[in-house]
Design a protein around this ligand. Structure first.
Ligand code: FMN
Length: 420
């Protein structure tokens, strides 16, 4: 049956392909107004263990909940006497123009959410004028994604491996295929404890229990689209370097056994020497660490708690954003993810000083709900909400946003998050 995640988020399966199609019915997008609607459609399409793999967080899911709750503690101070008839939400991300301050976060395991999910996501991003980030644990190779979507602005996320030659080979391939940013993930050096996955028997592969078989059989559209028509690839980013990868289980085993779980600043400097494009460190949450990665030559950070999937009780990146922006905002590109579901969320982060926002689960739900069209719909909704919020705040462009637009609840101990 399907494979799953051990020690990280990653891809499942046993075939590689580029041509794609989704044969089953599309949802009525007129009735999909937000990420929660997309999530509901995804839940109806996916077998429960696969849905839980996307939706769930670590341990008691306090970090996951807090990623959302922090947004409720920040409200807006609008200016209303302003000419906002003409507004624009285009900006730059990592020094290049972009149609909106958003990108899709790297996600492994996508091939089990929808047929050819990475291609669908990259196409939707390209059509919307925003970047797409491919995961090391993707279900398509670096080169095949480029060939399938030549017009896309692509970034590559690297899980660092013990073998330096393998790391170098991966970043060289990304460079050769025209990916313009490398995102090194540093927040997954320990295998996460995701209790939904454990309860569902979702580890190296999905346990063939009567309950799981019933879950899968209850989703015939998914069986047809994902298992029969598309097939599940076995980590095509890695398989050219690892002859022992023959199926999804051996791919997952290779991934887990060969990851470097002790990545440090010396490794970062080494990778900096080999990667000429923009280099981001994903998972940095503190000002002192951001200073250190800047000293190693990084161009930016993606502040992230991995969507609440790893460290239970990790602070939400939004709470830590002012601290990091105040320390390195003039020197580093500061992107942020974890918990962003609406345009208002994006506007709050930008007002706090972020350059841009990555979305993970919303895109996973969208691709399961409606393939490329679903992801396009998500991006359209988010852009529309960003634009609308901007207008209500009395702004006509994103660079007019600042902390003056925000009203922040005091923390229970009488002190705001640093910088607020
Ligand atoms: C299903 C899934 C798989 C993920 N896989 C990866 C991955 O391969 N590499 C990585 O750096 N982050 C991975 N992440 C984390 C995302 O890049 C991102 O940090 C997180 O999803 C943001 O939070 P959000 O889902 O609330 O938007 C994954 C997240 C999900 C939901």
């Amino acid at each position: 049956m399907v494979g799953a995640s051990v020690g990280a988020d990653h891809a499942l399966g046993s075939r590689s392909r580029v041509a794609f199609s989704r044969v089953t019915a599309m949802p009525n997008f007129k009735q999909i107004h937000n990420v929660e609607d997309l999530r509901r459609h995804a839940a109806a399409y996916l077998p429960k263990p696969v849905f839980d793999f996307i939706d769930g967080g670590a341990e008691g899911e306090a970090a996951l909940r807090n990623n959302r709750e922090v947004f409720d503690r920040i409200r807006f101070r609008p200016r209303t006497v302003a000419d906002v008839a003409v507004r624009r939400i285009d900006t730059t991300l990592l020094g290049k123009p972009t149609a909106a301050p958003i990108a899709i976060a790297p996600m492994g395991g996508l091939s089990s959410f929808a047929p050819h999910a990475e291609v669908s996501m990259a196409k939707a991003c390209a059509a919307a004028g925003i970047p797409y980030c491919l995961s090391t644990a993707a279900g398509i190779s670096i080169e095949d994604l480029r060939a399938a979507v030549p017009e896309a602005r692509l970034w590559f996320q690297l899980y660092v491996f013990k073998d330096d030659a393998l790391n170098r080979a991966l970043v060289e391939r990304a460079h050769a295929a025209g990916y313009d940013a490398l995102m090194i993930t540093t927040d997954t050096h320990v295998a996460p404890k995701r209790e939904r996955d454990r309860r569902n028997g979702f580890s190296l592969s999905l346990d063939k229990t009567p309950r799981n078989i019933a879950h899968v059989l209850s989703r015939p559209r998914w069986i047809w689209d994902v298992m029969i028509k598309a097939g599940l690839p076995s980590m095509p980013v890695l398989s050219p370097h690892a002859p022992e990868i023959v199926d999804n289980i051996s791919a997952t085993r290779f991934f887990v056994q060969n990851r470097r779980y002790g990545f440090d600043y010396a490794h970062l400097k080494e990778l900096r020497r080999h990667w000429k494009g923009k280099l981001l460190v994903k998972g940095v949450m503190r000002a002192d660490e951001a200073e250190q990665v800047a000293a190693c030559g990084a161009d930016g950070v993606v502040m992230s708690n991995h969507g609440g999937r790893n460290l239970e009780y990790a602070a939400a990146p939004l709470e830590m954003l002012p601290e990091v922006v105040d320390a390195v905002g003039k020197r580093l590109h500061v992107l942020v993810d974890s918990g962003f579901r609406r345009g208002t969320d994006v506007v709050k982060a930008l007002a706090l000083g972020a350059e841009g926002v990555l979305m993970g689960r919303p895109a996973a739900f969208a691709v399961a709900a409606g393939g490329e069209a679903g992801v396009g719909h998500l991006i359209g909704l988010t852009k529309d909400e960003i634009d609308r919020t901007l207008g209500y705040l009395g702004c006509t462009a994103l660079d007019q946003l600042d902390r003056d637009h925000l009203l922040v609840d005091r923390a229970p101990w009488g002190r705001n998050a640093p910088g607020l």
